[in-house]
Design a protein around this ligand. Structure first.
Ligand code: ZN
Ligand code: ZN
Length: 204
């Protein structure tokens, strides 16, 4: 691998994230991570995806594997997801190996959320200080994840359809998020709860 030119804007650290930034020349990664974390309310657990999908994209490019954005996300999910079968993971690894990807090295380059967190706080000196958020913004952020989940589910339905897994592919996927009040047991669709300003049962 060819280390990219030194980046003056980066923290110039030698942690795993810093090493990836230098190795791949991800000059804007620090800015992107900082913005996602502090301004857009992306949780620390989601941040590794920002980093690892870039690593994956670059690795696929280097191996001349063509891909579209949704495939990139699907591939990443298959490699690291919790809810993926071993068989599916092994199949994807085999597929990538055949295409000339060093899968072992790729997966070793993936970072954990702890690593990203340490890079943000220790190397970049950022403090965890969440911007205040309103209900509309909060709902938009949740909706974005819902859409993502629905897209992944729809993709899986399509891929299973016609195989032994599923009779056909004509299913509409709906992802709902509900919240149950721990005091009275009433449950709400999240948007309904937000627009109502809460359950209100404790005021009585
Ligand atoms: Zn670092
Ligand atoms: Zn309640």
């Amino acid at each position: 691998m060819n280390p990219g030119p030194a980046d003056e804007k980066s923290a110039d650290c030698h942690c795993k994230v810093g090493t990836l930034i230098q190795t791949f020349g991800f000059d804007d990664l620090d800015d992107t991570l900082e913005r996602s974390w502090r301004d857009e309310g992306v949780s620390v657990r989601q941040l590794p995806r920002d980093v690892n999908e870039r690593v994956l994209a670059r690795t696929l490019d280097d191996a001349d594997v063509e891909f579209l954005r949704p495939e990139l996300e699907t591939t990443y999910d298959l490699l690291v997801g919790d809810d993926v079968s071993d068989a599916a993971r092994i199949e994807k690894r085999r597929h990538l190996s055949k295409a000339g990807v060093d899968v072992e090295r790729l997966q070793n380059q993936f970072v954990s959320h702890q690593t990203v967190y340490r890079h943000l706080t220790d190397c970049l000196g950022l403090e965890f200080e969440r911007a205040p958020i309103d209900a509309d913004t909060a709902l938009d952020q949740v909706r974005a994840v819902q859409h993502r989940t629905a897209a992944v589910a729809g993709d899986r339905v399509e891929r299973l359809a016609g195989n032994d897994g599923l009779d056909h592919g004509d299913y509409q996927i709906i992802v709902d998020v509900t919240a149950t009040c721990e005091h009275c047991g009433t449950y709400y669709e999240l948007g309904e709860l937000f627009s109502k300003g809460g359950c209100g049962c404790r005021a009585e």
